[in-house]
Design a protein around this ligand. Structure first.
Ligand SMILES: NC(=O)c1ccc[n+]([C@@H]2O[C@H](COP(=O)([O-])OP(=O)(O)OC[C@H]3O[C@@H](n4cnc5c(N)ncnc54)[C@H](OP(=O)(O)O)[C@@H]3O)[C@@H](O)[C@H]2O)c1
Length: 171
């Protein structure tokens, strides 16, 4: 079996922030970006999300098949048919994804970083909203010195205000 195509999707500010803090709900993105996210979620076979994001967005994500990264379990723990908890410090997430074709990597920062560091991000959809937080969480926060290269596939202007949807693939 193969690892599925792992596609990360994120929305960020002009200064590259995905949230003000670890528990900041993403209520600041444009309606057009929210619509794109909803359509993307329909395409996924599985989503991977960090514990903090899952706590904040459990209502929206509850209907999707999902793996939640958390150190609160020793290895893995199945909560119900759609929800698997996984400790990425003791378990390699990759084999858990093998049964699926398309994995949506929904963040937040720690989860995006886990997939980036392991070279598992095949594609990245990044919406840039025309606003600035001045401080907050970056898209990635690796403690390692890494270079990962991507190629821009498309740019789409989502609305009059200028929210931009960028699509990158791994080089
Ligand atoms: N703008 C966007 O597109 C976007 C997308 C998603 C999320 N967000 C925002 O981002 C914020 C949350 O980000 P976050 O950095 O706190 O990330 P997160 O990935 O949502 O959650 C981090 C938690 O997940 C677990 N985890 C994730 N990766 C891990 C790893 N490699 N090793 C061990 N544990 C790991 C840990 O849970 P335990 O503490 O249980 O061990 C960690 O505390 C929220 O404000 C959310 O709204 C924004």
């Amino acid at each position: 079996m193969q690892t599925p195509r792992c596609i990360a999707i994120a929305v960020m500010t002009l200064d590259g922030k995905i949230a003000r803090h670890h528990h900041h709900f993403t209520d600041w993105s444009s309606p057009e970006d929210k619509q794109f996210l909803r359509e993307f979620l329909q395409r996924t076979d599985i989503i991977v999300v960090g514990h903090n994001t899952h706590e904040i967005a459990s209502k929206e994500l509850g209907k999707y098949n999902r793996i939640v990264l958390t150190t609160s379990v020793a290895t893995t723990e199945r909560k119900d048919e759609k929800l698997l908890l996984c400790n990425p410090e003791s378990v390699d997430v990759r084999p858990l994804l093998e049964p699926y074709k398309l994995a949506g990597i929904l963040g937040g920062m720690d989860t995006y970083t886990y997939f980036l560091e392991r070279g598992l991000l095949d594609e990245l959809y990044l919406t840039i909203e025309p606003l600035v937080f001045g401080q907050g969480l970056d898209l990635f926060a690796s403690t390692k010195i890494i270079t990962k290269q991507f190629k821009l596939e498309s740019v789409k202007r989502l609305n009059e205000r200028g929210s931009l949807l960028l699509h990158y693939t791994k080089l």
